[in-house]
Ligand binder design. Structure first.
Ligand SMILES: Cc1cc2nc3c(=O)[nH]c(=O)nc-3n(C[C@H](O)[C@H](O)[C@H](O)COP(=O)(O)OP(=O)(O)OC[C@H]3O[C@@H](n4cnc5c(N)ncnc54)[C@H](O)[C@@H]3O)c2cc1C
Ligand SMILES: NC(=O)c1ccc[n+]([C@@H]2O[C@H](COP(=O)([O-])OP(=O)(O)OC[C@H]3O[C@@H](n4cnc5c(N)ncnc54)[C@H](O)[C@@H]3O)[C@@H](O)[C@H]2O)c1
Length: 458
């Protein structure tokens, strides 16, 4: 059976549904193909569920910390099944919204199944053949599992199946020490688990400046999380009640550590290996991404790749922005580019890290002479009043133009407050421009101009 559409969208992640809806609104007949759950990673096994778990973990933390605030609670325990039920309800609602949106939009045909190119303009789902003038690929990524000796002899979790856990692990070992690892590490530690992070890289959070990484390290170890950085000679073996990890520490000690559960959080790989790319006349780069130009167009001009599969962003907001770029250029006569997008993200530990633009290290490496201003959260009155004084804020300016290059806040409301500086980044405002603005008292944001006032050349 062969069916003809105006456009085919493969994958209902963060860009696909919005793309399908915009195309359908112009009167097109659009096929949207999804092999698993509508909403993709973010809704089902990524942002949404993790942030509900972060909220439950925060509730457990506050309940234990209650006495600091004069609030006396009894013994605090965590009912993992209820935590999961709350998470499932939020995820189901979000997934339901996307599903209803797509199924009830005139012009969109939702097709369930695995899509594979059979030619530059044709896609097969089982024995169904679809043809379209334009194809939009939004297939996302999945967890990678490194070939550590013994890993195939033990049970392990990834970010997807850890979502089904309804017990609190006695001892959770986490392989990898980046975003996914740190969020889950704190979640499960606050639920009552012993948590050990095993990271192969020699530096903890090497993408962040050393002072920011040190604050995060202190927050997590301060809550009792063990972090081993620079481990080598890792292997796994089954143990009576879980798994044993053997490794050599950075100090050269040989360690055998037994945990009840292992979570693998060592990065993600685009879902491009089973897409029949060669039939479309395309190929993936060594990291599995499909190369695109600055407007998300692949080497085949009628095939666009949006979201993680294009290797140009690994966040929900970058995937959605890809949709805005493609739709803006194709349907609204705009001239939008990926390279116009500033890097922004958060690490949702508590308190969170919010990051925009360049780090100090990135700015220096790019050849800027930099001015750096910092302020401890202990000198932010709102943080003191709330009793959450861990962390710091940091701003980075170009010493010659005095324009903002980047900022980081690890601390109370850091994910929100740092975005006060986004217009400054996009509009190339100077330290003087920003310092002329007065923020609301008492907020974290109001102190950013003071950190800026203290900025010095380093
Ligand atoms: C634990 C975790 C927490 C995260 N937290 C955050 C966060 O707080 N903030 C943030 O910005 N980002 C976060 N991310 C990253 C974010 O989830 C992803 O960057 C985002 O979902 C990528 O969107 P996407 O549209 O590229 O792909 P996805 O959301 O992965 O969607 C791709 C879809 O395509 C489908 N698909 C794949 N291949 C085929 C095929 N051949 N045929 C049909 N369908 C197919 C998949 O089933 C999937 O539904 C997190 C990720 C994880 C794992
Ligand atoms: N808050 C957020 O926005 C958020 C949260 C979670 C995930 N994400 C997205 O998910 C993506 C994947 O996150 P991630 O944390 O899995 O991957 P990552 O690529 O950020 O980090 C993987 C880590 O695992 C380590 N590692 C790799 N192989 C190892 C091994 N064999 N032994 C020990 N350590 C090893 C690496 O050195 C690295 O530190 C990120 O790029 C991010 O965009 C975003």
């Amino acid at each position: 059976m062969s069916e003809t559409f105006d456009s085919i969208v493969i994958g209902a992640g963060q860009a696909g549904p919005a793309m399908a809806a915009r195309l359908a609104a112009t009167g097109e007949r659009v096929a949207l193909i999804e092999r698993d759950q509508m909403g993709g990673t973010c809704v089902n096994t990524g942002c949404t569920p993790t942030k509900t778990l972060v909220a439950s973990a925060h509730a457990a933390w506050l309940a234990r910390e209650g006495a600091r605030y004069g609030v006396l609670t009894g013994p605090v325990s965590v009912d993992a099944a209820r935590v999961r039920a709350r998470k499932d309800a939020v995820v189901l609602a979000a997934r339901g919204n996307v599903t209803r949106w797509m199924e009830n939009t005139a012009g969109i045909t939702v097709i369930r199944g695995h899509a594979r190119f059979t030619g530059p303009h044709t896609v097969a789902i089982d024995d169904r053949q679809l043809t379209a003038a334009r194809i939009f690929v939004n297939v996302g990524a999945r967890a990678t599992v490194p070939p550590v000796p013994g890993i195939d002899t033990i049970p392990y979790l990834t970010n997807a199946d850890v979502m089904d856990l309804d017990v609190v692990p006695d001892h959770l070992i986490i392989l990898g020490g980046s975003y996914i690892s740190l969020e889950f590490a704190q979640i499960f530690r606050r639920f009552g688990a012993e948590v050990t992070i095993l990271e192969a890289a020699p530096k903890f959070l090497g993408r962040e400046d050393a002072d920011i990484a040190a604050q995060i390290h202190e927050i997590l170890t301060g809550e009792g999380i063990r972090i081993e950085v620079g481990i080598t000679d890792l292997s796994f073996a089954p143990a009576d009640h879980g798994i044993t990890a053997r490794f050599r520490t950075a100090a050269g000690d040989d360690v055998a550590l037994t945990g009840s559960h292992l979570l693998v959080a060592t990065g993600r790989l685009p879902n491009t290996d089973d897409l029949g790319l060669e039939a479309a006349g395309l190929s993936a780069d060594p990291r599995g991404a499909i190369p695109v130009n600055d407007t998300c167009r692949s080497a085949q001009p009628h095939i666009w790749v949006l979201g993680e599969a294009n290797g140009r962003g690994a966040f929900t907001h970058t995937a959605y922005n890809d949709f805005e770029i493609v739709a803006g250029n194709l349907l609204d006569g705009e001239d939008r580019k990926i390279s116009d997008r500033k890097p922004v993200y958060a690490l949702f530990i508590d308190p969170p890290l919010g990051r925009i633009g360049m780090s100090e290290a990135e700015a220096s490496a790019a050849g800027h002479r930099v001015l750096v201003g910092t302020r401890a959260m202990a000198r932010v009155s709102r943080a003191v009043e709330v009793g959450e004084t861990r962390g710091m804020m940091k701003v980075v300016f170009d010493a010659e133009t005095r324009q903002l290059l980047g900022a980081a806040i690890i601390g109370f409301h850091g994910d929100e407050a740092v975005q006060f500086l986004l217009p400054a980044l996009y509009q190339r405002l100077t330290d003087h421009d920003i310092r002329s603005m007065t923020g609301i008292h008492p907020t974290v944001t109001e102190l950013l101009p003071y950190a800026i006032a203290d900025a010095k050349e380093v």
